[in-house]
Design a protein around this ligand. Sequence first.
Ligand code: BGP
Length: 463
Amino acid sequence: MNYKFPENFLWGSAASGPQSEGRIHGDLKGESIWDYWYEEEPEKFFNKVGPEKASQVYTKYKEDIQLMKKTGHNSFRTSIQWSRLIPDGVGAVNPEAVAFYNSYIDELLSNDIEPLINLYHFDMPKSLQEQGGWMSRQTVDAYVRYAKICFELFGDRVKKWFTHNEPIVPVEGGYLYQFHYPNEVNLKKAVQVGFHENLASAQAIKIYHEMELDGEIGIILNLTPSYPRDDSNPEDVKAAAIADAFFNRSFLDPAVKGTFPEELVEIIKELDILPKMEVEDLLTIQENTVDLLGINYYQPRRIKAKETPIADINHPMPDDYFDNYDMPNKKMNPYRGWEIYEKGIYDILTNTRENYGNIKCYISENGMGVEGEERFINKDGQIEDDYRIAFVKDHLRYVHQAIQEGANCIGYHMWTCMDNWSWTNAYKNRYGFIAVNLEQDGQRTIKKSGYWFNEVSEKNGFN
Ligand code: BGP
């Protein structure tokens, strides 16, 4: 069968500033929570590798853009680092950062690669975190100022903007399940953080639209379809719906429909942990929804009705309403510990078409992190990552099917372009089309999947 994709389909990959750029002496970048956390607790990071060098994109971006061309990119998403552009989060703009991002964007454009720019990828400036981070209303104001500065500086050339990447992750990681700084467990705070992120997004969208810059603005969400253990068991179905409300609809509904899911509001009211807000906030969220949606998809969520006792009635958690279900015989990516379920990508696109007005969307991340890829180096020094090619193909078939059925999906971006720093997993699992050799000053080598992707992009599909 021939899988042909719509004209002008976006082929490319995604990365983020904090995971790829690195820092050099004299770049005047301020600290983000990642720089700070690594200084405080380096042992929390795989092999104690921190974000200071990352993949050295800050100095190697021109070379990297040539490699993007060789791997079929007609588009590429990265993020601006708030702590690079405005080192203390609220004050003066760093001229070195402006020069860097200008040159990066121009270089992409002159190589016919459309830059898609995200504003926030988990990287709170440290000085703002000290005042509460997303817990604090002042952070919302500072973020909106930062967003406006970005639109003013780069909005003449960047035509697709995103307010956040996976805003549920700072909620989960920072305030529920302890894998991001500040590593707390507190649902009340988690709710406030999520509300402020939603509000910040809506306010930035409002400003962007007011500026009439002739582009689009959206949000990037990691959607994890929640599948009940047993479709015919109403308790399982209900539990899955609650998990969906907590982890997907908490951002998807406000971003696209301007409202919060009722199930979630009910629970939060019952627990008496409604977030603090000002009178006009809900209207701001209602009136300023996204133009397009980025969808990151890695894994589904399998849910069953709550069977285990609630851990601590004085400290509510989302997990008081469901249990995770360990489905037998699921296909796994053992390195990341994530289930691989290709059809999930189709289910998300179909849900978007049926229940979210078929809003314009694209797959903004999908990918497979594998440890020890050096095992697959052939005699020519190339990593033969056939498993990655199979992974992408299997997902693209489902994307294709969803589009055939009418989904308004305009592209597919892989996570990631070149191997990069995966937060506390550092360089454990590699995701890129392009290998980065940390022992050899970050030397780049295109993997087999990169050449394969180039063909797919050239043919706008595959057989
Ligand atoms: C997404 C993030 C990325 C990226 C990717 C892979 O959730 O947007 O920043 O890191 O997942 O996950 P990880 O790096 O945790 O293996």
